[in-house]
Design a protein. Structure first.
Length: 148
């Protein structure tokens, strides 16, 4: 049986949704990689800040001049700013990932719905064909019984 126009259109809808899902999956992979990089960089900044504050504490115990203290404080402020920026980036990436996950779920739902509807239409078409064939067989059988 040749596919009808409706079947072709359903196949096209499924194909388009599947392409979008594939694109979203690739994007999700890239975002996840960027998130991991951002998280590692944030951790490096946090570790660096912690180490630098430990150095500042030691310097204060050993006696540090005003210029040295200002330099330490300025550098810690720079680290805090970088940490804030990195945290913002990580938050933004997480939101993009969340949005992408939601889009993927919606596309998967659409694909499933399209396939269910496509299967129903195919089942209805098979039922119509069976009834048509049964009607033809019944007509042929009744003609054969009628003496002519």
């Amino acid at each position: 049986m040749k596919p009808d126009r409706d079947t072709t259109q359903w196949n096209l809808l499924v194909h388009i949704a599947q392409q979008r899902l594939d694109d979203c999956t690739r994007r999700m992979g890239k975002l996840a990689g960027r998130r991991e990089e951002a998280a590692a960089k944030l951790q490096t900044l946090l570790d660096y800040r912690s180490n630098y504050l430990a150095q500042l504490d030691g310097a204060q115990r050993n006696g540090i001049g005003a210029d040295g203290l200002r330099n330490f404080q300025s550098f810690v402020a720079s680290l805090d700013h970088a940490i804030e920026q990195q945290t913002d980036l990580l938050t933004a990436l997480q939101k993009l990932i969340f949005d992408c996950e939601a889009a993927m779920r919606e596309l998967q739902r659409k694909i499933h719905s399209y396939r269910v509807l496509q299967d129903r239409r195919a089942a209805e078409a098979r039922t119509r064909d069976r009834r048509r064939q049964q009607t033809l067989q019944d007509e042929m059988a009744s003609r054969m019984r009628v003496p002519g």
